[in-house]
Design a protein around this ligand. Structure first.
Ligand code: FES
Ligand SMILES: [Fe+2]
Length: 445
């Protein structure tokens, strides 16, 4: 039997624990899912100048995101064509060449093999053009974020996003509604947890049901303004809005808030004139530019399979890199408008640290759950019992303000959509099916 058979039953809301702990299934994921899907690699602001590079990952493999001398962006597999050594062992930097430490073959920043020691004597017939660094066949710069796929036949990135695009746009665009314009600031937080990557990806699809886990941070007010009282984790920005949980065709899940049309700006920063004026300006300017679309405020989301975001409070992209069935390396990239005042960036930097990362107060709560759930699901007996995904089964909103499979009550519909897509990838479905020219639920049958 194919090990992925009958592990996911989204019609009944049942998912086998095996997909969270089984090494064979993990190997299948790398082959059938991570080698095909669009994956987030990094942000153009991390490689602003020619020769700048950022060493990233795609699935289980190291890749180099680099800007060449002509300012073109590339994504290369980080492995020498001679004997496989990593050609780049730094996290980031600037270089004219990637010189392999083993025997010193050297590659230019456009991937071409330009240096082979003693080539005249030892390799008189070597055709260097055939031995460039391996480059991803598909790469896109979407509003500053770089995404790549190993599948030459992958659909356009925006087709892959489908109805998830509007939600991601609100994360990447400037706070005042201008397109793009964000930058990654501060360092990238990186750490490893003993949990399967799907726990985190699924959670960010819109698991609102786990809010009791965050009771302590909700009580003390770690929001952007750091006011105690009613600020909670996120100040007042979303108050009065209609929450919408949306499952998108390719398995993305988003949790956003649809605000009332007459919503006015709530000032949480009376103590800081610059910050207060900045956010007031952004609020009104965004409303003016986007009109009805300004009503959509993103909270969290997952772009299938392993890129998640916090939409506004905080604002970041997060990648759940698969290490093994029971280990995940987390990378969190913090976003800010590149032209925001220094005082705003500083305020946000402090807020992001309070909230996120291995020492972030909210993030710690989540990791505890995923880590212990993985351990408690790994036993011989425990793994015989499937998980329950029946929350709000069949409760889908017909007249919703946004496209996709929408729920206006707390739901696991997006998690079901996520696993239905996961199953389709492991079944090696064609791209038409994967990006769902048909509804998620029908495709799961
Ligand atoms: S492995 Fe890179 S030069 Fe030999
Ligand atoms: Fe959480």
């Amino acid at each position: 039997m194919n090990p992925s058979d009958r592990l996911v039953d989204t019609e009944r809301g049942i998912v086998s624990r095996e997909i969270f702990v089984n090494d064979g299934i993990f190997a299948e994921e790398l082959e059938k899912l991570f080698a095909r899907a669009w994956l987030f690699v990094g942000h153009e602001s991390q490689i602003a100048n020619p020769g700048d590079f950022f060493t990233s990952r795609m699935g289980g493999e190291s890749v180099i995101l680099v800007r060449d001398k002509q300012r073109q962006i590339h994504v290369f597999l980080n492995t020498c064509r001679h004997r496989g050594m990593k050609v780049c062992r730094y996290d980031e930097g600037n270089t004219p060449l990637f010189s392999c430490p083993y025997h010193n073959w050297s590659y230019a920043t456009d991937g071409k093999l330009v240096g082979v020691p003693q080539h005249k004597d030892l390799y008189p017939d070597l055709d260097r053009s055939q031995w460039s660094l391996v480059e991803v066949p598909r790469m896109v710069n979407y509003k500053g974020t770089i995404w790549a796929s190993w599948d030459p036949n992958a659909p356009e990135f925006t087709d892959y996003l489908g109805s998830g695009k509007d939600h991601l746009d609100q994360v990447l665009d400037c706070r005042d509604g201008r397109e793009g314009g964000s930058e990654v600031f501060g360092g990238v937080h990186k750490w490893i947890i003993p949990a399967n990557w799907k726990f985190a990806a699924e959670n960010f699809c819109g698991d609102t049901y786990h809010n009791p886990s965050h009771r302590s941070v909700d009580l003390i007010g770690i929001g952007p303004s750091a006011r105690s009282g009613d600020s909670g984790r996120r100040d007042n920005e979303y108050k009065g809005g209609q929450h919408v949980w949306v499952s998108h065709a390719a398995g993305h899940g988003t949790h956003s808030v649809w605000m009332p049309p007459a919503q006015d700006y709530v000032d949480s920063f009376q103590n800081d004139k610059i910050v207060s004026e900045y956010f007031r300006h952004c609020f009104h300017e965004r409303k003016r530019r986007l009109g009805e679309k300004a009503r959509l405020l993103p909270l969290t989301g997952t772009i299938f399979p392993n890129t998640s975001y916090h939409g506004r409070q905080p604002r970041n992209l997060c990648v759940w890199h698969p290490v093994s069935a029971t280990q995940t390396e987390i990378w969190r990239f913090f976003l800010v408008d590149a032209d925001a005042p220094a005082a705003v960036k500083d305020m946000l930097r402090r807020y992001y640290m309070r909230y996120s990362g291995p020492a972030g107060m909210t993030e710690q709560d989540d990791m505890e759950n995923w880590n212990y759930a993985t351990a408690a699901s790994s036993g011989t007996i425990a793994r015989r019992y499937p998980y329950n995904y029946q929350q709000s089964l069949g409760r889908v909103q017909r007249d919703a303000p946004v496209p996709g499979t929408v729920s206006v009550q707390v739901t696991e519909e997006s998690a079901r959509g996520f696993y239905a897509s996961w199953q389709r990838f492991l079944d090696s479905a064609d791209w038409e099916t994967l990006i769902g020219r048909q509804p998620v639920r029908a495709a799961a049958e």
